[in-house]
Design a protein. Structure first.
Length: 155
């Protein structure tokens, strides 16, 4: 029968594991620094710290809109007598910021004459209820993702 009264062996192993994890993290950072080039790593750090608002990727925005469309179709099927559920769905109300034109790494902004340049709002649907609701807001556009949902009527 073996009687283990001392747990120092377990503590050493735990400390060794923690140190090994820290060493691996540092090693990965060093490899990323040299493999990616110092300038690209520094540029990424600057873009994170500068607070620049990047637009969402167009392909990702379209994919999200297609998923929102499927959800709106399910709402329409499950609740045919309540078009407000569809009108208030993400497909009909959500907008995204995109870096569409020019491709400068930041989300597109409006060019308002009063100088209040807001982000351009790209909606999923061209029949979006909010698309023309505010006539003073310049800079609304639609991705016009194909969907059988009419956001104006909710049908």
């Amino acid at each position: 029968m073996i009687n283990i009264k001392s747990k120092k062996g377990a503590e050493i192993a735990l400390n060794t594991i923690i140190i090994a994890i820290i060493v691996l993290v540092v090693l990965v950072i060093i490899i990323a620094f040299f493999a990616g080039g110092a300038s690209s790593v520094i540029d990424k750090i600057k873009s994170i710290l500068s607070g620049k608002t990047e637009g969402q990727d167009m392909a990702l925005a379209v994919q999200n809109c297609q998923e929102y469309c499927e959800t709106a179709k399910q709402l329409k099927t499950a609740n045919p007598d309540n078009p407000n559920l569809v009108r208030n769905s993400a497909y009909c109300t959500k907008w995204v910021k995109l870096d569409y034109s020019p491709k400068d790494g930041s989300a597109d902004k409006t060019n308002r004459p009063d100088g209040k340049n807001d982000f351009v709002r790209y909606y999923c649907s061209s029949t979006n209820k909010d698309l023309n609701a505010d006539s003073t807001y310049v800079g609304q556009d639609a991705l016009a993702v194909g969907c059988s949902i009419d956001c104006g009527t909710g049908r």
